[in-house]
Design a protein around this ligand. Structure first.
Ligand code: AMP
Length: 179
């Protein structure tokens, strides 16, 4: 890691807030809203990811509902790519593709418009936190069902103790802050 990146990580760690027992007991929620409200911190973070993935031929940035949307917009603009929202079941108006993944209890389903990406697209998947990796793996499935190639997965925060990368074998996963 370069000195600049180390400084960026230290600054972001200082501003991202831990909220104990949210949304349920035992979870330490990584609250990025203070970073979003700080122009210097947020723009430095966006620049880091745009610089990392520039030149990879990315045509679409897939943002995962809801915090991933906030990152997908500015990163896609910086890379000259389009933005694609990946949403919880039932939110998108047109024809969708869907992928389900296991939660602690039950399953969850994510959807993407069927025509949002296709063969010839190279996609970057983005979200705020990589935890167990189930969400990101489901989005890879969606991107590939639509015929596109997953060029990378960008996560602001990686909770390494949850071993999310194990669900993303052979993927190019780039996270900035690791806990
Ligand atoms: P997972 O599928 O387990 O990798 O969970 C990833 C999704 O859950 C992401 O959309 C995150 O925003 C959210 N998430 C999981 N754990 C946390 C956490 N400790 N703090 C904030 N968000 C989390």
């Amino acid at each position: 890691m370069t000195q600049d990146t180390e400084q960026l990580v230290a600054g972001l760690k200082a501003i991202i807030r831990d909220v104990q027992d949210f949304p349920k007991k035992g979870i330490i929620f990584k609250d990025i809203t203070p970073m979003l409200a700080d122009h210097a911190a947020f723009s430095a973070m966006i620049k880091h990811f745009a610089d990392h993935f520039r030149g990879h031929g990315i045509t679409k940035v897939l943002g995962i509902e809801a915090r991933g949307f906030l990152f997908a917009g500015p990163i896609a603009m910086a890379l000259g790519a389009g933005i694609v929202p990946v949403r919880k079941k039932g939110k998108l108006p047109y024809k969708t593709l869907s992928a389900s993944y296991a939660l602690e209890y039950g399953t969850d389903t994510l959807e993407m418009h069927a025509d949002a990406v296709g063969p010839g697209d190279k996609v970057l998947i983005i979200d705020d936190v990589l935890a167990t990796g189930g969400t990101a793996a489901a989005v890879c499935e969606l991107a590939e069902k639509a015929g596109s190639k997953v060029a990378g997965i960008a996560m602001l925060i990686e909770l390494e103790f949850l071993k999310g990368r194990a669900k993303l074998p052979a993927r190019e996963v780039h996270s900035l802050i690791k806990y």
